[in-house]
Design a binder for this molecule. Structure first.
Ligand SMILES: Cc1ncc(C[n+]2csc(CCOP(=O)(O)OP(=O)(O)O)c2C)c(N)n1
Length: 196
């Protein structure tokens, strides 16, 4: 049986409590919220492909914190150059998780290039990302995730998941509320000298 993204999220949810989390929009954002929203979670709307770039900026400006990016195959395929920028700056506090369901699930389920063999972990490695992996089972996923948190280096891990999503995509959290709450969270947890 193919791993479900919701199960993967549930398995690592406790590790997200005290880390900065950025997700893409759509299915993964709704699934994470269904487990439980937190002020340290930001769901990047509309700007498809740029969650890893936003995560890069946060990771570079907050070296004191670990940043987790929850990405999708369709999204990162729209921003492959982002992998080269990630590798160039190599934030050691960034864990980039790509849930690869081989589909643009959130807009109706159109097959992406990973369904015909494109290898995102391979592309990340070729871009220069020092730690990469592709995992297929929940055990492999939780193990690779724990290792990435402990490694203290930039990791892109691709989790092959089933192309199933939540029953609905609209949640009770508005885009602006999330934006301001997340900004307040980052400011409140910054070192005193950084507070402005
Ligand atoms: C630039 C841009 N193009 C298209 C869209 C529409 N769109 C929103 S989510 C999505 C699919 C995302 O696919 P993927 O990253 O594989 O995640 P999944 O939905 O499969 O979880 C698309 C095409 C968008 N938001 N921005």
């Amino acid at each position: 049986m193919i791993m479900r993204r919701l199960d993967a999220l549930q398995a690592v949810y406790p590790h997200l409590a005290d880390r900065i989390v950025v997700t893409i929009m759509g299915a993964v954002a709704a699934e994470l919220q269904s487990i439980g929203h937190r002020p340290n979670f930001f769901y990047l709307q509309h700007a498809m492909g740029l969650a890893s770039s936003l995560g890069l900026g946060i990771a570079l400006s907050r070296p004191d914190r670990q940043v987790i990016v929850l990405d999708g195959d369709g999204s990162i395929l729209m921003n492959l150059g982002g992998l080269t920028t990630l590798a160039r700056y190599r934030p050691r506090n960034l864990v980039h998780v790509v849930f690869d369901n081989e589909s643009l699930l959130s807009v109706g389920g159109f097959p992406t290039a990973t369904s015909t063999g494109s290898d995102i972990a391979g592309m990340a490695a070729a871009a220069g990302v020092p730690r990469t992996a592709t995992v297929r089972t929940l055990d492999e996923f939780t193990h690779a995730f724990d290792e990435a948190l402990a490694a203290g280096d930039l990791t892109t891990m691709v989790a092959k998941v089933d192309a199933v999503g939540p029953s609905g995509y609209v949640t009770g959290l508005s885009l602006l509320e999330n934006r301001f709450e997340f900004q307040r969270y980052l400011k409140a947890t910054a070192e005193p000298a950084e507070k402005k």
